[in-house]
Design a protein around this ligand. Structure first.
Ligand SMILES: [Zn+2]
Length: 169
C-alpha cells in the first residue's frame, strides 16, 4: 500500500520518533508499505515520521527497488562512528523540488535493529553514508534544511513559501 508522504512543515517531521519495541506483523507491513511508497516516489530512503508514524524506523534502498540485496531496514538506529566530510546536493521526499548542498560525514558506522529485532552494525560511505545520516536525522526529528548554511536555508524556505502561495506545495 502506498502511504501519504507528509511535507514540511508538518509537525510530525520535527518530533523525535518513539523507539520501536514490537517486532510483529504490523511492523513488517509498515516496512513493506514504506519500501513501496519510497519506490513510487523514486526515493532512496524514507523514514517513518515522513508517513506520519512517529517511530524510530527508516528504510533505504539505493537501487530504488531494482536489487533486493540493497534493501536496508534501520530500526532504533544510531550513528556510532563518523569520519571525513562530503558536501553534495541532497533532496528529501518531504521537500519536493528542493535540492541543496549539505555537509555530511563521508563515512559512518550505524548500529540498528533489523525487522526481527536483531542488532547489527554496518558501515556506509559516500551516498550510503549520506542516506544513513539523512534518515537517522528524520527519526530524531531533524530536517535537512537545518543542516544547510543559513543562506541556503533562507533561499529554500523562500521557495517553499512561494510554492505554498501558488498552491504548489
Ligand atoms: Zn528526507
Amino acid at each position: 500500500m502506498i502511504l501519504t508522504i507528509v511535507k514540511y512543515p508538518d509537525p510530525v517531521l520535527s518530533r523525535r520518533g518513539e523507539p520501536v519495541t514490537e517486532f510483529d506483523a504490523d511492523l513488517r507491513k509498515l516496512i513493506a508499505d514504506m519500501f513501496e511508497t519510497s519506490y513510487a516516489s523514486q526515493g532512496v530512503g524514507l523514514a517513518a515520521p515522513q508517513v506520519s508514524v512517529s517511530k524510530r524506523l527508516a528504510v533505504i534502498d539505493l537501487s530504488m527497488g531494482k536489487d533486493p540485496k540493497d534493501r536496508l531496514v534501520l530500526i532504533n538506529p544510531e550513528i556510532i562512528f563518523r569520519d571525513g566530510k562530503i558536501y553534495e546536493d541532497e533532496g528529501c521526499l518531504s521537500f519536493p523540488d528542493i535540492r541543496e548542498k549539505v555537509v555530511r560525514a563521508a563515512k559512518v558506522r550505524v548500529r540498528a535493529q533489523d525487522e526481527n529485532g536483531q542488532w547489527f552494525e554496518m558501515e556506509g560511505e559516500d551516498l550510503l553514508s549520506r542516506c544513513f545520516q539523512h534518515e537517522i536525522d528524520h527519526v530524531d526529528g531533524m530536517l535537512f534544511i537545518f543542516r544547510m548554511s543559513a543562506l541556503k536555508r533562507e533561499f529554500a524556505l523562500r521557495k517553499i513559501r512561494k510554492m505554498q502561495r501558488n498552491g504548489e506545495w
